[in-house]
Design a protein around this ligand. Structure first.
Ligand SMILES: [Ca+2]
Ligand SMILES: [Ca+2]
Length: 105
């Protein structure tokens, strides 16, 4: 006589889905200009030292200190900052209007 021991395996699926909704609140401070534009020299020079140091450039998007620092003294004078600001605003669009006329070649 054979003893048959039925093995019953029950698989229980437990699906737990957690939805985490992170709501980011953007606080728009009343700064001047769109975020793409670089701040003015006065705004960038936070400690009013007359030049924009490396620590002050970190908060400025689009400003490359090494590229803008023409005399390689590790900081940007007003003229260095202004030229970097101008080239940045020229380069990354902004108010760059496409040339009228154009594709008639
Ligand atoms: Ca400074
Ligand atoms: Ca410099």
């Amino acid at each position: 006589m054979r003893r048959i021991v039925p093995t019953f395996v029950a698989l229980a699926f437990s699906a737990a889905s957690a939805l985490a909704v992170a709501a980011e609140q953007e606080t728009l401070t009343g700064d001047s200009g769109p975020p793409a534009a670089m701040p003015s020299f006065e705004q960038a020079d936070k400690d009013k030292s007359g030049s924009v140091e490396a620590s002050e450039t970190t908060g400025i998007a689009g400003l490359d200190l090494t590229a803008a620092d023409k005399d390689n003294d590790g900081k940007l004078s007003r003229s260095e900052y202004e030229s970097a600001k101008q080239s940045h605003e020229r380069g990354t669009g902004g108010s760059t209007a496409p040339e009228p006329g154009g594709t008639s070649r």
